[in-house]
Design a protein around this ligand. Structure first.
Ligand code: F6R
Length: 263
């Protein structure tokens, strides 16, 4: 795992977008794992601008989102399918047939989850998985005590996650679906590379536990410590609980891999 600290939320989001853009340029058929949520909005904003101004090409890219609420139709403005269309897919030259999210209206949720895993496998696996961290320490909707080898499945959301996501439901926690389908921790750990973004003071404590604490299913983001290639990008605010910041900054300033991103 490596941690990169950027001065503010926009610089952190830009760095994440630049890492995605570099991978996409190197491999136009990239299989990209995507996340939703407030943190990712700026990342998608930067990718849309790179598509418009720099010709970043999504035409061959395939995408798999981490999760979707159960019971929301794809055209429901609160669904993650709608979020992705609005923030990214409608604004770049991606082939909509290459974009995948679990179907929140599937009659047989177990079959839908197995089908999702099959689709990922048939595409050759996820090359780069983008991730946020929830206040409960979740990645995807892998709430506390999710098995660290779990696969795509339906999951009950914690009251904390329901409260976190209520702003997307007009501030009404009662309107937030109680369940979602999510890739498992095991599914996520099979990605070729994981790229995590967390910003803001409210994420500082959970970032510190996930990055520097013990690996525990109580904080599923901590399982990313097991991944051979995981980059965590934070802004100064989200870095305030970390102990190893001098070392993390030194790596970013000195490792050749990061040279192009220091400019
Ligand atoms: C969403 C997802 C979640 C979010 C996390 C952070 O697809 O997988 O794990 O990344 O809840 O959400 P925000 O960015 O809204 O704080």
């Amino acid at each position: 795992m490596e941690v990169i600290i950027r001065p503010n939320e926009d610089a952190a989001s830009l760095l994440v977008a630049r890492i995605i853009a570099r991978e996409l340029r190197a491999r136009p058929q990239l299989v990209l794992g995507l996340a939703t949520g407030r943190t990712m909005e700026r990342v998608y904003g930067h990718l849309v601008r790179m598509h418009r101004d720099e010709g970043l090409d999504f035409s061959l890219c395939r995408t798999f989102n981490l999760d979707e609420y159960i019971g929301l139709a794809p055209d429901d403005p609160r669904s993650y399918r709608h979020y992705m269309n609005h923030h990214l897919f409608d604004r770049v030259n991606i082939d909509r047939r290459n974009t995948h999210l679990p179907n929140g209206l599937a009659a047989d949720l177990g079959a839908e989850c197995r089908h999702y895993e099959d689709l990922i496998r048939d595409c050759g696996g996820i090359d780069l998985q983008l991730l946020g961290i929830g206040r409960s320490g979740h990645i995807g909707f892998n709430e506390p005590l999710s098995a660290l080898r779990s696969r795509t499945r339906d999951k009950a959301l914690t009251p904390e996650t329901i409260a976190q996501n209520a702003p997307m439901f007009g501030g009404d926690a009662a309107s937030v679906p109680r369940r979602a389908m999510t890739m498992g921790v095991g599914t996520i750990l099979e990605s070729g590379r994981c790229l995590v973004l967390a910003t803001g003071l409210e994420k500082a404590a959970i970032v510190a536990q996930a990055v520097e604490g013990p690996i525990t299913s109580s904080i599923t983001a901590s399982a990313l410590q097991l991944h051979p290639r995981c980059t965590v990008v934070v802004d100064e605010a989200a870095a305030t609980g970390l102990k190893g910041t001098d070392y993390y900054r030194w790596i970013f300033e000195n490792e050749p891999e990061w040279a192009e991103f220091r400019r």
